[in-house]
Design a protein around this ligand. Structure first.
Ligand code: SAH
Length: 385
């Protein structure tokens, strides 16, 4: 598989890199992670993902900042993987000093252009030491949709220990393995996502750093995430939430502690591929046109794994200017602006960004009223309306 964020121009085709993509389950510590790691400079210094493009996500992060400020009343926070400033901005609005760490220059530049304090770097223990000298220790460290993206997790956790005040809070959001398995979200398994988290695996991991999870909340983002609250063991008053025991019970019920669960998942993935191709080919045989919507990582995985090329899906519309006029890695389907996509009046739109189906379909009422249809690939293949 190609790295899913590496959208490329025609000149890039000959030097395109492909890497194995295999996922493994440890029967000892129950941790699920990739076996093959692509270097972080390859993955993150030239990706094209902008969080603030999604209204749903922007609203989510604004509510998130409100909750943290109300509950923990921080004066200074640091965000790991701050991207275009999607969470820094609402913190700043609430009067909190918010510092972002973001290694991708072109994405960090967007954050800087909003006058948000942004350090262009990977978060590591050594960066944390420099930051303590510069700004002192912080009340809260946040890390959203980035904890899964880190190969050297111990280094990051040592950095958290260095930078966090004694009674500080480490909060992160990450896609939840329960949702990945239940909704067959194999399109979320890609090189950028190195780890796939359950509470079962996280709890003993934090113990290694004398830290404890004291609350977990399930979140709808990325089609099923968890917000995890961590503190130094015994550092703050307050009970350990019952949510943790409840989720551990759910994980055991789903068999996340057993290899056979993951073998069954992989069988379901293979049969999904066969069914999806069948549906697309049937539509094409009727002489209809299919285009795609949302050229993110999910799209790269689904097209490359299912071998969907431009003869099935002619092109893909995306509202990120960084992806437009480029090609999807591997399968080389052209990416166009959404205006261009709609000008062509497609019969069907294959919704790669199915996790935003609600938001997207609302915007496309006129397309649907005019007879247009969406193909939603996951969690179950459906054609709407
Ligand atoms: N926090 C945002 C962005 C998530 S995408 C959100 O939740 O929407 C992950 C981001 O983390 C990317 O912008 C990527 O460049 C960045 N990143 C990857 N590895 C990192 C690391 N080691 N330290 C800090 N940021 C990292």
């Amino acid at each position: 598989m190609p790295p899913p964020g590496a959208f490329l121009t025609e000149e890039g085709f000959i030097k395109e890199g492909f890497f194995p993509l295999r996922i493994a389950f440890c029967e000892d510590c129950k941790f699920v992670q990739l076996v093959d790691i692509v270097s972080k400079t390859e993955l993150f210094q030239k990706h094209f993902y902008l969080s603030s493009i999604s209204k749903t996500l922007s609203q989510h992060f604004s509510d998130y900042a409100n909750e943290i400020v109300e509950t923990f009343k921080p004066k200074i926070i640091l965000e790991i993987g701050s991207n275009d400033g999607v969470l820094l901005e609402p913190f700043r609005k609430l009067g909190v000093r918010a510092i972002g760490v973001e290694p991708c220059k072109q994405v960090a530049d967007v954050s800087k252009s909003r006058n948000l304090e942004t350090i262009v770097d990977f978060f590591t223990e050594s960066l944390a030491r420099k930051l303590v000298k510069k700004v002192g220790k912080v009340d809260v460290i946040t890390a959203n949709n980035v904890f899964a993206h880190i190969d050297g997790l111990d280094d990051v956790m040592r950095g958290v220990q260095v930078l966090l005040k004694d009674n500080g809070i480490f909060v992160f959001e990450v896609q939840y393995l329960v949702d990945l398995i239940e909704k067959l979200q194999y399109d979320f398994i890609y090189h950028e996502h190195m780890s796939y988290y359950s509470i079962m695996a996280l709890q003993p991991y934090f113990e290694k750093f004398d830290m404890e999870i004291f609350d977990v909340k399930r979140m709808p983002t990325h089609s099923g995430s968890i917000r995890v609250f961590v503190r130094r063991t015994g550092s703050r008053k307050g009970p350990i939430s019952k949510n943790i025991e409840n989720l551990l019970a759910l994980e055991r019920r789903l068999g996340l502690d057993m290899l056979k669960t993951f073998i069954e998942f992989s069988r379901n993935v293979k049969s999904h591929k066969v069914q999806l191709i069948k549906v697309l080919k049937k539509i094409k045989a009727q002489g209809k046109t299919i285009v795609g919507f949302g050229a993110g990582g999910r799209c790269s995985v689904l097209t490359n794994y299912c071998k969907i090329t431009s003869d099935l899906v002619n092109y893909i519309g995306d509202d990120s200017p960084f992806r437009q006029n480029k090609y999807v890695p591997g399968v080389h389907i052209p990416v166009v602006s959404l205006e261009k996509l709609h000008e062509s009046k497609p019969d069907y739109i294959l919704l790669f960004a199915w996790n935003y189906a609600g938001e997207i379909m609302k915007k496309h009422q006129a397309y649907i009223d005019g007879g247009g249809k969406f193909i939603v690939p996951l969690p179950k293949i459906s054609v709407v309306p």
